[in-house]
Design a protein around this ligand. Structure first.
Ligand code: SAM
Ligand code: SF4
Length: 330
């Protein structure tokens, strides 16, 4: 799958549910209305759609959400996709999770073929964690992270950098990640969906964070790339990596290799744009066969835009896109 700008699209992110057991302040409003179940693709439909993407050259699939691990029986989707690893054409199956369910699921994920996972953890301070997630407790997430490590999964910690909230914690988080063998990836807040707080109050440019970290740490340039937007450095003192995802201070669209499927079968060709393709309609149309499904996917790829234009400023406080990150999958 090659888009109009010559980019190879080999990475599919799938939001398997819009629901979540937490309500992170930058991601969701407190009183979210979730989709009725009938609108959500079944796990079998998701598997069939992913199968069509793999047949068209998708090499990497990440399941996300909402919280992917709260979807009932989601492990069966991991298993069916895991069976497509290797000879089936898929090279990597991975997941982004808040970690709350990992303690009971880490071993099953490994057995299904998952080898690396991203766990979101914005703070190591229990009170800050609860404030940020509106009601979460840090214990289950930490237990989940250590269960994942024990199961043999490589863990990358994702933290959204927020002004005045967790900005004083990054030194400590680097130490903690170094001790436990985790990479760390810091993310700038992106203007997606209406939330209760003012995003201009939350926004912290990572260029500032990086300079501050350099006062205490040696960040060595590396050419390590995951095909994603993160810019990685090796932290000399710990030997682990730190990544910075900076959609607002740096444009990363030239190397974009991904598209995003929602749990209702809507394909977004760009995280920061509204254009989409309704693959559920195609999938559920009895007149459309496998070839027709693939044709619809290729047509959508031919509309992948050049890039996003996220802006956060006081004059334009409205989100750049109306949907929440939990819809498209972060
Ligand atoms: N529930 C899972 C989790 O939290 O990891 C997966 C879905 S969550 C939407 C994926 C990632 O998106 C998380 O790392 C989260 O911190 C990030 N995220 C959510 N809303 C965001 C926003 N407005 N700006 C930047 N990152 C955001
Ligand atoms: Fe849930 Fe993840 Fe969004 Fe937090 S970031 S509310 S854990 S979907």
């Amino acid at each position: 799958m090659i888009d109009p700008f010559g980019r190879k699209v080999s990475y599919l992110r799938v939001s398997v549910t819009d629901r979540c057991d937490l309500r992170c302040v930058y991601c969701m409003a407190e009183d979210m209305t979730f989709l009725p179940k009938a609108e959500v693709l079944t796990l079998e439909e998701l598997d069939r759609l992913c199968g069509a993407f793999i047949a068209l050259g998708t090499e990497k699939i990440r399941l996300t959400g909402g919280e992917p691990l709260v979807r009932k029986n989601v492990i069966s989707l991991f298993r069916s996709l895991g069976a497509r690893l290797g000879e089936g054409g898929l090279k990597e199956l991975t997941v982004t999770t808040n970690g709350t369910q990992l303690a009971r699921m880490a071993e099953d994920l490994y057995a299904a073929g998952v080898r690396r996972i991203n766990v979101s953890l914005d703070s190591l301070d229990p009170a800050t964690f609860t404030a940020l997630t509106r009601w979460g407790k840090i214990g289950p997430t930490l237990d989940g992270i250590f269960a994942a490590k024990a199961a043999g999964l490589a863990v990358k910690i994702n933290a959204v950098a927020m002004k005045g909230v967790n900005e004083h914690e990054f030194d400590r988080m680097l130490v903690w990640c170094g001790e436990h063998g985790f990479d760390l990836c810091l993310i700038e807040t992106m203007p997606m969906g209406e939330i209760s707080d003012d995003r201009t109050d939350q926004y912290l440019p990572l260029s500032v964070v990086r300079s501050r970290l350099r006062e205490h740490w040696t960040l060595q340039e590396t050419d390590y790339k995951t095909g994603g937007p993160a810019r990685y450095y090796t932290v000399k003192e710990t030997g682990r990596r730190i990544g910075f995802i900076t959609p607002l201070t740096h444009n990363f669209c030239e190397s974009c290799n991904r598209v995003r499927l929602t749990c209702t079968g809507t394909l977004y060709m760009c995280l920061g744009q509204d254009d989409s393709s309704d693959l559920r309609r195609v999938l559920r149309d009895p007149k459309v066969d496998e070839a027709g499904l693939k044709e619809a996917i290729l047509e959508a790829i031919s509309r992948k835009p050049k890039g996003h234009d996220f802006v956060i400023d006081r004059r334009r406080n409205a989100p750049a896109v109306a949907r929440h990150m939990s819809v498209t999958g972060g």
